[in-house]
Design a protein around this ligand. Structure first.
Ligand code: AMP
Length: 117
């Protein structure tokens, strides 16, 4: 079982930002920016594509409304802005196979994608 599934089961503590019917938002344990919050669906979707294809309309709405609340609560919107990132699979360098949106802010985030050349 992956670490986010264990967080959802209450087996691992988290610093919750928003807990809604279908979605949990919590602070990343190793923040990459002053604001670094993860938004995850409570359903076991592997990545963005799985969630977008298979989640119910209610889950999708709740997820995005929760992400918007996170932006407001953390002050990045309205504010100086933020970056929302989601990784998938090996090329996306996804560590945890449970869909999550990273919301990052509190500093200029730099280039969107690191150059590898
Ligand atoms: P990704 O590489 O997109 O799969 O991102 C996984 C993220 O989960 C990383 O930013 C980790 O720091 C974060 N993470 C891993 N374990 C925990 C945890 N127990 N609580 C909060 N965040 C975590």
């Amino acid at each position: 079982m992956n670490v986010f599934a264990r967080i959802l089961r209450g087996e691992i503590p988290n610093k919750t930002v928003v807990d809604s019917a279908h979605t949990l938002a919590f602070h990343d344990i190793a923040p990459s920016a002053p604001v670094h919050v993860l938004v995850i669906p409570k359903g076991a979707y592997v990545d963005f594509a799985d969630f977008a294809a298979n989640a119910s309309a209610e889950e999708i709405l709740d997820f995005h409304r929760t992400a918007a609340k996170v932006c407001e609560i953390t002050g990045v919107k309205p504010g100086e802005g933020f970056r929302a990132i989601t990784n998938s699979g090996a090329h996306g360098v996804q560590e945890v196979p449970h869909y999550h949106l990273h919301i990052l802010g509190g500093r200029v985030m730099g280039r969107m994608v690191a150059r590898t050349d």
